[in-house]
Ligand binder design. Structure first.
Ligand code: BDP
Length: 719
């Protein structure tokens, strides 16, 4: 009996040590089995020397301990002095100034605040592999890079590496409410336990900081853009301070969302008019107080005059007047004000697409230097595919930052595997033709085309309390990819997928290739089975889960009918000069080509054109046929993803394999549901049979329309 019990215990323990629940993210450090790699890194782990001290070096030491144990089965050994037994040096350019050559000094200096250099330094005929930054955080980024290169088997100690981020602020925006619900969150509750802070510091905060630092994320806005003014009270400042102190050694700055009406709600003033002296004084006082708790506080993020949020328009002031009062309060402390361009109200225009440009173009140049306008990648709202936002290129004298959505509000939430990097890459690489004919969205954001110095890429977080952080294990890749693209938008989504898969699943060539295949086709598949050919905003109302092309009634620009405009003649939103003329907000080079339904890339066709059901596409097929083929292709790709994954059963640990398998089965059903609903619905207008090549949509349209999901996660609460 005792014997049996011991066997059971042994089996359980061995299994639990192999059980992979995804908590470790991409920092799981699998044992190094490659003999050559092992031979290279073993001496390095046995003679580490830090030039000086910094809390950030403590963070590096802890990471080296974890990595050393997991990769080599032993703790790193530190050398008591820089020569002697040392073989790996870490420190800043200043700390290493005596041993760096002049050339190396210059090279490293040019890397700026966050960059790092990894290379060999020769002293007395011995060479030392060195990880050097201009600041300790650069050393941290270098250390993470080094560990990653070991795991991806790209490390070669004879290759010198110099790397620095293209964008200054690489930021996560949490849409987390103070009661721990998360707007558009599909991974449980908020990881910020405001109730127990400041007394209780969840160890998870540290793992969160490690994960972010490992991919270069250096700023986090902790609270929902639909903001609660309470976050600016002294009690909450004390709580936020604990997080800021914890994140500091990881190079991460804390931002908070500011509710424009806070002067009334917590300041007890009668107005929030940004030009009112008492309001100006309120923001100054509150900001000073914030800096007394968090001396390196990043700044505020503001959503104003959008979807019912208060803002300067209530007082007949424009966005610049609203933003500048907060910017002025932050400026003496070096803080930054991030003002969102996601604005729309009923009155402005008949096309929501045009509203941000209508409001921001006339006040271009009127914002303070420490203001960044944070612009969503497209003009509507994080749709499965959007053409880039026309503010990029139209606004020339104001800092513009990018806002991507990592959480998959419109892209399968947490039931679907959709790798978002290809979509972001497409946006970043889009040519804007302004300010220069060769300009791209990425060039505007990183300052090379726009000249702006203050640069930002923000991503709406997909993180929650679920054990694997992101609900769907594979959605971890989107957090990872966001950080990597914010660091370097020249990386391709394929390169990033390659890194992530190796870090997450280890060195298994066949599995790596197959997982990458799935990832790289997943976004196009989702576009196909949800909203192909430029269709947009045809999802379920409010929770945005599943299809809802029939959604009508209530506020027009929250309905599907407003966007697809299907009728007996055709389908699509005419945004040319015969329609809303939103196209005129793009550079003439683009507007001209895109005005022609025969020249516009077909992926944007119905975004800008109302086209007859019989319009002929490049394939020679009619629009109606192509819509059917796209929906059907989406379903087929989803099934193929499922098959490919099934073939990996022997390669992947059972926990992760079954987690993903079950979700893929749901994804296939959801893809079929999207296809069937949309095609049956659109057929009521097109009144044509389905193309013969496709699997015929089945089911009853009335049934699909009747489905309700009152418990779908992430629904926007009342605020
Ligand atoms: C939309 C979301 C809504 C957000 C809004 C925003 O549905 O919950 O509040 O974006 O970005 O996509 O402010």
């Amino acid at each position: 009996m005792k014997f049996l019990f011991s066997i059971c215990l042994f089996i359980c323990l061995s299994f639990s040590s192999f059980a992979k629940d995804g908590y470790e993210l991409w920092l799981d450090y699998s044992p190094v089995e490659n003999a050559e790699m092992k031979a290279q890194i073993t001496p390095l782990f046995s003679g580490i020397f830090f030039f000086g001290e910094s809390p950030t070096y403590e963070v590096i030491r802890k990471e080296l301990e974890i990595a050393g144990q997991k990769m080599l089965g032993k703790s790193p050994v530190y050398s008591p002095d820089r020569l002697g037994s040392a073989s790996l040096w870490l420190g800043t350019r200043e700390q290493l100034s005596q041993v760096l050559s002049l050339d190396q000094q210059v090279k490293i200096k040019d890397l700026g605040e966050d960059g790092f250099w990894i290379g060999k330094i020769e002293v007395n005929g011995k060479s030392y592999l060195s990880i050097v930054g201009n600041r300790p955080v650069g050393v941290l980024y270098g250390a993470f890079h080094w560990l990653k290169s070991i795991q991806t088997e790209t490390f070669d100690q004879n290759t010198e590496i110099a790397d620095n981020p293209k964008v200054k602020l690489r930021m996560l925006n949490h849409w987390d409410n103070l009661d721990r619900t998360v707007e558009r969150g599909y991974a449980g509750f908020s990881i910020w336990d405001w109730h127990k802070l400041p007394g209780y510091v969840d160890p998870r905060y540290t793992d969160y900081a490690r994960a972010n630092a490992s991919i270069g994320i250096n700023a986090v806005s902790l609270t929902n853009v639909n903001a609660n003014a309470l976050i600016l009270t002294t009690d909450f400042m004390k709580k936020a301070k604990v997080l800021a102190d914890l994140f500091r050694p990881y190079g991460i700055k804390v931002f908070l969302t500011a509710r424009f009406s806070a002067p009334i709600e917590i300041g007890k003033l009668k107005t929030a008019d940004p030009l009112d002296p008492e309001v100006i004084e309120f923001w100054k006082r509150k900001t000073d107080e914030m800096y007394s708790f968090i001396p390196d506080f990043g700044g505020f993020v503001v959503k104003a005059n959008s979807e019912g949020q208060p803002g300067p328009h209530e007082y007949k002031r424009n966005h610049a007047e609203g933003a500048n009062v907060l910017a002025d309060a932050l400026a003496p402390h070096g803080g930054i004000l991030i003002w969102r361009a996601f604005v729309y109200s009923h009155e402005v225009d008949e096309d929501r697409h045009k509203q941000a440009n209508l409001e921001f173009e006339p006040i271009d140049g009127k914002f303070r230097d420490n203001v960044i306008i944070q612009v969503k990648n497209g003009a509507i709202d994080f749709m499965p595919r959007e053409p880039f936002h026309p503010l990029f290129g139209a606004v020339k004298n104001t800092n513009l930052g990018m806002e991507f959505q990592i959480t998959q509000e419109y892209l399968g939430q947490a039931t679907q595997w959709v790798y978002l990097a290809p979509m972001w890459e497409e946006v970043l690489k889009s040519k804007t033709y302004r300010p220069a004919p060769t300009s791209t969205v990425a060039g505007i954001i990183d300052g090379t085309d726009s000249g702006q110095k203050l640069t930002l890429m923000a991503g709406v977080s997909n993180i929650g309390t679920e054990r694997n952080w992101t609900g769907h294990l594979m959605a971890q890749s989107n957090w990872f990819a966001f950080g990597r693209q914010a660091w370097d938008h020249m990386l391709t989504s394929e390169q990033i997928a390659d890194e992530w898969v190796k870090l997450t699943f280890g060195q298994k060539p066949e599995a790596i290739a197959k997982i990458k295949d799935i990832m790289l086709e997943s976004h196009e598949a989702a576009v196909n089975y949800m909203m192909p050919l430029g269709l947009h905003h045809i999802m379920g109302r409010s929770h945005h889960y599943g299809p809802g092309p029939w959604v009508e009634g209530g506020r027009a620009d929250w309905t599907a009918l407003y966007y697809h405009r299907a009728d007996s003649l055709g389908i699509g939103f005419d945004r040319t000069s015969t329609g809303s003329n939103a196209l005129a907000q793009y550079a003439p080079e683009l507007a001209q080509t895109w005005s022609d339904p025969n020249q516009i890339p077909e992926k944007y066709l119905l975004w800008f054109h109302h086209v007859s059901w019989n319009f002929e596409l490049k394939s020679g097929k009619t629009l109606w046929e192509e819509i059917g083929l796209h929906y059907d292709q989406g379903v087929k790709t989803a099934r193929k993803m499922q098959e490919t994954w099934s073939s990996l059963e022997s390669e992947i640990d059972p926990e992760r394999f079954h987690h993903v398998s079950q979700l893929l089965a749901i994804q296939v059903q959801e893809a079929e549901w999207w296809r069937n609903s949309c095609l049956l619905y659109f057929q009521t207008f097109a009144k044509q049979p389905f193309p013969s090549e496709i699997e015929k949509p089945t089911g009853d349209l009335e049934y699909y329309k009747s489905l309700e999901f009152p418990n779908a996660p992430g629904i926007r609460p009342r605020w």
